[in-house]
Design a protein around this ligand. Structure first.
Ligand SMILES: [Zn+2]
Length: 80
């Protein structure tokens, strides 16, 4: 079955994350995941100063269609 968003690629789990029609949403999801992780770390460590910047990692959060970051995908899988 083809992707309902772009209609020109096979709909697969990986494609959902790399679909050109879905990129903006993925960015939001990644951002939200990052915020969630930050809050969790702050709570666990009683450290409100922990900054989401500490989670910046190009390899992990990098997400575009030619190089879908599998690490980010795997991470998100554990959230949703
Ligand atoms: Zn698509």
């Amino acid at each position: 079955m083809n992707c309902p968003l772009c209609k020109n690629q096979l709909e697969s789990f990986e494609h959902i994350w790399t679909c050109t029609q879905n990129v903006q949403k993925i960015k939001e999801i990644l951002y939200n995941a990052k915020m969630k992780i930050t809050k969790n770390i702050q709570k666990k460590n009683n450290n409100n100063k922990f900054s989401p910047k500490k989670l910046e990692h190009n390899q992990l959060w990098f997400n575009n269609q030619s190089n879908a970051s599998l690490t980010a995908i795997d991470l998100i899988k554990s959230f949703v």
